[in-house]
Design a protein around this ligand. Structure first.
Ligand code: IMP
Ligand code: MG
Length: 188
């Protein structure tokens, strides 16, 4: 079958398959070292949908016991601008007295993670840390402390691939790329 690529709206590949693999492995090693003496398994919570690819790869490289769950907060819908943040599905495991690692694809304004930090603290987690594949600080509105960051992106372009979408498209790309918004209509 012919691959769907290249899309005319993909402008520039920032991190390819190999770079992603290598960086994810490094992060997993760092996390494994930091959490190697827990009494109970680490609880990794991925934010749907964007983090599903990163989460799957990261967890397979961890060298420590881990439980996995996902939550979904919609902040963008199908648009670029953030809207209301709300729980779509709550996690079904108790986070009380557990060590929580939130796994996110990209941190932009910081609204999503600061909202989540408040929620998790009020639910009695023992510790909460944040792991983001990409830190994109240019539009940051809320300060968030990121404990593990894969890549820092200092530009302001919209990124897609490796879980990140534009209007639900491009999540399946094996790399992360910038998107040309002027070309996007021809690809949707
Ligand atoms: P924040 O609350 O503004 O930090 O929003 C973070 C969420 O917005 C991420 O989980 C992504 O789903 C989405 N997002 C922000 N920037 C991008 C981008 O460049 N590409 C794809 N999704 C993005
Ligand atoms: Mg997201």
């Amino acid at each position: 079958m012919k691959p769907e690529l290249p899309h005319t709206s993909i402008k520039q590949i920032l991190w390819g398959k190999r770079e992603l693999e290598a960086r994810v492995r490094e992060l997993a090693l760092e996390i494994s070292r930091d959490y190697n003496r827990l009494e109970q398994p680490l609880v990794a919570i991925g934010l749907l949908k964007g983090a599903f690819v990163f989460m799957a790869d990261l967890l397979r490289e961890l060298l420590i016991p881990v439980e996995a769950d996902f939550i979904r907060i919609s902040s963008y819908g199908n648009k670029r601008e953030p809207g209301e943040i709300r729980f779509v599905a709550d996690q079904n495991l108790s986070i009380r007295s557990r060590d929580i690692l939130i796994v996110e694809d990209i941190v932009d304004t910081g609204q999503t993670l600061s909202f989540l930090a408040d929620q998790l603290k009020s639910q009695g987690a023992l510790s909460v840390r944040f792991c983001a594949l990409i830190d994109k600080p240019i539009r940051r509105e809320r300060a968030v402390k990121l404990d593990y960051v894969g890549f820092c992106y200092s530009g302001e372009e919209f990124l897609v691939g490796y879980g990140l979408d534009y209007a639900e498209r491009f999540r399946n790309l094996p790399y992360i790329a910038t998107l040309s918004l002027s070309e996007i209509q021809s690809d949707l």
